[in-house]
Design a protein around this ligand. Structure first.
Ligand code: UDX
Length: 429
């Protein structure tokens, strides 16, 4: 089919590329001309495992192209996906101005029946507003349908998650767009749930908030483990063997971040208040997450006492492993807290340093993870990169002024670290 994706960010670029990979003809639209030029020249503005080769392959095979013109994309496609940002507002509500602007531009370009699909994460009942907007700004009396099709891509695994989705959610107001939407997704061989638009929009917020709840739950259990001498990883293993619970997203640490969980949680809390159903448990999820960071910083200050003029090494800046994304990163937040306490930082991240440089300043960026510990008074693990498990611990112990390591992601084994002579502090063990 001929598809257009408006917005070539983490969601739009991956989605468009995977659609092309399964045989659709895809036009990716972005209002950032330099980004479009970079993509046309084979450059990839974000890091996602497997994305670069897929983009190159599909551009070469003529199924994937890039433009800044929404009109061009709308005219040449049957289905137009909106994948523009929906950033959080200070009060926790969602900024839908990019969605509204794109809806107006789509309306101005429609001259025959089109399916307009909202892929961006939006508050429930946004689909109705998109439909009203297109109806109001449509030039001709043309027909269209609005569909909700939320994304469930994890950053760092976005290509894998889309090429093999757990499920495809399609929300519609009428049956007319269903066949075409099935044609879009049939090549992925995934279960497809067709429901109403409001339910589809809620599935996204309810799923992400539940995953965040799972993380805050295990973090709260971790604190009880610390107080009682239990091991949260053993507890999580035992819990996860119950298939109703599942082991994933039960990893205790310094808390969740990223451009999704914090934003989706705040938005869901806000929506609930607006419809008169106060979602207290989600407020608790936020509180536990904030407290987790405070507890970890306290662990460091309790051990090192005064941080002023101390040098601390930090491994990890991205909000999680396998991504270069540092938006709402707990690791960045931790660095900034340590800086506020007066510490000097030497930092490393396998992929996130370029993006971190824009928001984390007055730190020393170190190219090789094994060079960070030199001259530091302690080393901190802040992001769960697998490569950090291969850290040269012998060398680290020698190069630290004192063998102190704070493991915010439980990458190492406490008994092993003690055997190696470290003062080792982790989470929930
Ligand atoms: C999330 C959802 O997983 C995805 O389905 C949705 O489409 C977008 O939001 P993402 O934010 O990319 O994906 O990353 P995710 O893997 O969910 O991790 C989010 C945060 O939780 C990271 O900071 C990660 O370090 C943290 N996390 C994750 C934990 O602290 N413990 C865990 O067990 C899992």
């Amino acid at each position: 089919m001929n598809l257009t994706i408006i917005g070539t960010g983490y969601v739009g670029l991956v989605t468009g590329t995977c659609f092309a990979e399964v045989g659709h003809r895809v036009i990716c639209v972005d209002n950032d001309a330099t980004k479009v030029e970079k993509l046309r020249a084979g450059g990839i503005p974000i890091y996602e495992p497997g994305l670069e080769e897929l983009v190159k392959k599909n551009v070469a095979e003529g199924r994937l192209s890039f433009t800044t013109s929404i009109a061009e994309g709308v005219e040449k496609s049957d289905v137009v996906f909106i994948a523009v940002p929906t950033p959080p507002q200070p009060d926790g509500s969602v900024d839908l101005s990019f969605i509204e602007k794109v809806a107006r531009e789509i309306a101005g370009a429609i001259t025959s029946y089109k399916i307009v699909v909202d892929k961006s994460t939006v508050p429930v009942r946004t689909g109705d507003k998109v439909a009203e907007t297109i109806k109001r700004y449509c030039k001709a009396k043309v027909e269209f349908d609005v569909v909700s099709n939320p994304e469930f891509l994890r950053e760092g695994f976005a290509v894998a998650d889309l090429m093999k989705p757990d499920r495809v959610v399609i929300g519609v107001h009428s049956q007319r767009p269903v066949a075409a939407m099935r044609d879009v997704y049939t090549p992925f061989n995934a279960p497809i749930i067709v429901t109403d638009i409001n339910s589809a929009e809620l599935i996204k917020h309810a799923s992400n908030s539940f995953l965040a709840l799972k993380i805050s739950y295990i973090n709260a259990v971790a604190n009880i483990c610390e107080a009682t001498g239990a091991n949260v990883q053993e507890v999580a293993a035992g819990m996860g063997m119950d298939e109703r619970i599942g082991r994933r997203f039960l990893n205790a640490g310094i808390g969740f971040g990223g451009s999704c969980f914090p934003k989706d949680l705040s938005a869901f809390i806000k929506i609930s208040e607006q419809v008169g159903c106060d979602f207290g448990i989600l407020k608790e999820v936020q509180k536990v997450n904030d407290a987790q960071m405070n507890r970890f910083v306290k662990k460091i200050t309790d051990t090192l006492w005064v941080l002023k003029d101390k040098t601390i090494g930090v491994l990890g800046l991205a909000f999680k492993q396998n991504t270069d994304d540092v938006r709402m990163s707990p690791a960045i937040e931790l660095c900034q807290r340590l800086q506020r306490e007066g510490a000097k930082l030497r930092v490393h991240d396998p992929k996130g340093m370029d993006k971190a440089k824009a928001i984390l300043t007055n730190v020393e960026y170190v190219e090789n993870m094994n060079d960070v510990a030199a001259g530091c008074d302690a080393l901190v693990i802040a992001t769960e990169w697998d490569e950090f498990k291969k850290l040269d611990l012998e060398r680290t112990r020698k190069e630290l002024t004192h063998p102190i390591l704070f493991d915010g992601r439980n990458l190492f084994d406490p008994a092993e670290m003690e055997r190696l002579g470290f003062i080792y502090k982790s989470v929930g063990r």
